[in-house]
Structure formats: C-alpha cells, structure tokens
Design a protein around this ligand. Structure first.
Ligand code: GAP
Length: 457
C-alpha cells in the first residue's frame, strides 16, 4: 500500500458532523452509549442517499438481482448452522492493572496500551447480542440480534428462487441493521455495536465463482469512485488464508485511507456453497438448484460483496471535505456527489421584503415537490452561501429584486462558485439536469446563451 496520510483529521469531521446535524452520540444527554450513534437531519438524508445509490446499482439497474428484507431476529438454529454461535468469537484480553478489555488481534505488543500493565491470556468472547423471545428468560427462548444480514438471504434462497423463477447466476440483496457486541469500538462511526449493512449474495454455478469474484471486486471498487471517493484513497487487500472467515474460500477487502489509517470499507468474499449446504443439512430442506441446460442438480456457490452504510458515510464525508480560499477567508466545503448531497438546492431571497419572499417561496414550493431543498433568508448572502457549502449543497438559487421584473434567478454552483442567470420557468428542469450530471444547460426558449460569471466580490 502507498504511504499516505488522509486529507482530513477525524476531529474536523466529527465536529462538522455534530455542529451541522449529521451524527450525534447516542443517548448523549445521559453521557452517551458507547458504540452507538444517532443520525441527525442531514445525516439521515446522506445515509438514505448512499443506500439509494447502492440499491439502484445493485437492484434497480440490474435484471439479475432482486431485493429482500428479512427480520433482525431469526431462529436460533440459523446461527448454529451458519457457524456463528461457535465461531463468531473474538479473543478478549483484560489488563490486570486497569481492567480495560481489548481485542487481542488489535494489540501490537503484549502489554496494556493504556497503562502498560500485564494482560490476561485471551478468552474467546462471542460478539452476538443475546435476547429472549416471549416473557420467559430461559435458555430455550434465547435468540440473537443478527450480526450480518446475509443469513436472511440464505434461508430465503428457495423462497426467492420459487417465487421469481430466476436462473443462475442471480443475486439477492438486502439492507438493514446488524449488531455486534464489539470488544472495542471507536474511530467515530467506523466500528459500532449497532450499524447498518448492505449485502448481496450472488449465486453462481460452481466453477464460475472465481470469475464472478473478480467481477464484483471491480464493480464495487468502481461504485465508490463514481460517488466521489478518491482513487488514491482506495486500495485492495487480500485476506491471507489463515485469516479467512470460517465460511470463506477467498476474501478481498476494499480498503480506504480513513483519518485513523487504512482500514476495511467493504469485504468481497467467496463463501462457496458453505451456507446453503449448512442450512440444508440443519433444516432438512433441500437448498439446491436444478440447471435446465445441463439437467443437473447442484448447490450454487456464493460471491458476497458486503459493506456497511456507516463506513462509506464516513469515507464520503472525508473525501468531500475541503478548506478552500474564498476572497480573504477560507470556506469549508463538502464536495458531495450531487446524488449523495443531503440538500440539493437552497433558495435564497436577497431580502425579506414581502413581494420578494412571496416570489421566492413559490419557487421553493415548486422545487420541494421534487427535490430536497431548503429556504434560507437569514443573514448576509455570503454567510448563507458558506452555510450551504459546509453541508455540501450543490446549488444555491438567489432571488433578487430584478427577478420580480425579468422573472430570472441566479444559480450559484458550489464547486466553481460560478453563477448563471436563467428564467424561473427553466429552473426545475435545469437543476434536475445538472444534478443528474448533465454538462449542457437546457436552453431557454429563444436559444439565449446564459451568462457564466464568477461570484462577484
Ligand atoms: N456477511 C459478511 C460480513 O458481515 P464483515 O466484513 O464482517 O462481513 C461487512 O462486514 C461490512 O460491514 C464491513 O466491511 C463494514 O463495512 C461493515 N461492518 C462490519 N462490522 C462493523 C462494525 N462493527 N461497525 C460498522 N460497520 C461494520
């Protein structure tokens, strides 16, 4: 891997996230709950946009993948068959002096990183959260909060196959919460105890799995670049054989240069036929595939691209973040991809005068029916631009007194700070086209060429 440092310290992202309403500590007024986070008004928009971009790429734009949503609580036998009850364990060590607990794999030396005290020998600790179904808290009623969404798709393999009549290769995709009682959490939302995953199980004919594996590594890598991660902040890391998960034949992590260093963003695993065979054996229900072409029954292999939502959210925030000179000052700007930006446009009337407000409000209402937009008429226009830059709003629409006469407004672009003046009648069409990445402006009736100028001093 290349020797580099991240472009932004974590404190700046954490501070912006809290200040502008992206991410708050969970239960903050009670001192917080470690490893849990709340998403504020802008954070939830960003999160939903990331999930939608993934869903579009993985389900809506494809003919060979279908979506599903399965329950968080599943029969206990699922986790016994999948091997999680026995093997989803981390080696836990405790400092004999300060009693802090650590995941042994995360430690460099053999002493406590906090006080240099002696450590106990590792004990295996299962990271699945336990709870009970029904009112009686006895061992017969124990269930687990799922530690991955994947098993919901394996146990529904036959339901999906029968109801959709899909042919191999095909995939089942799902987004949803997962829970792991991580020994150590940290680095902001990077490692949490409650987090969201976006996973896809791609079922293929055995023997074609290697090819599909490479395809999915490349496809997922390209997705991150498409939505704004910098190529030089992304890399691939192959798991050595001895570190592979119990179900995997091969695993490649897509890694990202987070502020705390290079770390896994997404994992692509070749899970072979392990899960389907385990569930077949344990449930007694045959989970195989009849190949019409070759007239044979076999258990498909599975290639799984598995990613959280929270880690990409942090990565997209880091690579969007910039501090740029602006006149005599510095502006903080989030260069989010337009599809991910929480707010698509802000309507900014230059005065609060009644006639101008009414005109600007009509524009706002018209846009709001289609786009996530904000209306802001407080403080100077310069400050309002800064506020929108800091949350990554791609376009500001300024409405001035001239607008009342000529029925035109100014669009100011976040990244270039260029301004163009266009007829209000063309605004919605133009913004939509620009948000979808079209280079050309929609020409107004009459073919007039719009003026492009730098933001005036
Ligand atoms: N089904 C396979 C699986 O769950 P994983 O590598 O353990 O594989 C997949 O998890 C992805 O889920 C990770 O690449 C990461 O993005 C996210 N993830 C896993 N544990 C997480 C945690 N404790 N906090 C936040 N995200 C997590």
């Amino acid at each position: 891997m290349t020797e580099q440092t991240s472009n932004v310290p974590m404190e700046k992202i954490v501070s912006l996230a809290q200040r502008r309403g992206f991410v708050f500590p969970s239960s903050e007024i009670y001192g917080g709950l470690s490893g849990c986070w709340d998403f504020g008004p802008l954070g939830i928009e960003l999160k939903r946009n990331i999930k939608q971009a993934w869903w579009k790429a993985m389900v809506q734009d494809r003919d060979d993948i279908v979506g599903i949503e399965t329950s968080i609580l599943m029969a206990r036998q699922v986790w016994e068959a999948s091997g999680h009850t026995e093997r989803m364990v981390d080696p836990l060590v405790e400092c004999k002096n300060c009693h802090l607990r650590w995941k042994a794999d995360d430690l460099q030396g053999t002493r406590c990183p906090t006080c240099d005290g002696e450590l106990t020998s590792p004990k295996m600790f299962n990271v699945m959260f336990k709870t009970f179904v029904g009112p009686v808290e006895d061992s017969a009623n124990v269930v687990y909060l799922r530690p991955e969404t994947a098993q919901g798709m394996f146990v529904n393999f036959d339901n999906v196959l029968q109801s959709t009549r899909k042919k191999l290769p095909f995939g089942i995709a799902q987004q949803g919460k997962s829970f792991r009682n991580e020994i150590t959490t940290g680095n902001f939302i990077f490692r949490s105890r409650e987090f969201e995953q976006m996973e896809m199980e791609f079922f293929v004919k055995p023997g074609t799995d290697e090819e599909w594996f490479n395809y999915w590594v490349q496809t997922r890598f390209d997705w991150f670049i498409k939505y704004g991660l910098k190529r030089e902040h992304l890399d691939l890391s192959e798991h050595p054989k001895e570190k592979l998960a119990h179900y995997a034949k091969r695993c490649v992590d897509i890694t990202y240069l987070f502020p705390h260093g290079w770390a896994e963003l997404e994992g692509v695993a070749n899970r072979t036929d392990y899960d389907l065979k385990q569930h077949s054996r344990a449930s007694g229900k045959t989970l195989d595939y009849y190949d019409d072409d070759t007239k044979e029954h076999y258990t498909p292999y599975v290639v799984e691209p598995a990613v959280g939502v929270d880690r990409p959210l942090l990565a997209f925030m880091c690579d969007a973040y910039a501090e740029e000179p602006d006149k005599d000052e510095t502006r903080v700007v989030m260069h989010f991809h337009p599809a991910l930006a929480p707010i698509k446009a802000a309507i900014l009337p230059l005065s609060k005068k009644e006639n101008l407000s009414a005109f600007a409000r009509d524009i706002y209402k018209d846009l709001k029916s289609q786009l996530m937009v904000q209306y802001d008429d407080t403080q100077s226009i310069g400050r309002r631009y800064r506020r929108q830059d800091e949350i990554g709003t791609p376009y500001c629409v300024t409405v001035d007194f001239q607008s009342l006469e000529d029925k035109r407004v100014t669009i100011r672009e976040r990244d270039t700070m260029n301004q163009i003046r266009i007829p209000v009648s063309e605004l919605r069409k133009t913004l939509t086209a620009k948000l979808e990445g079209e280079e050309m402006f929609v020409l107004p009736p009459g073919g007039e060429i719009w003026k492009v100028e730098r933001e005036s001093k």
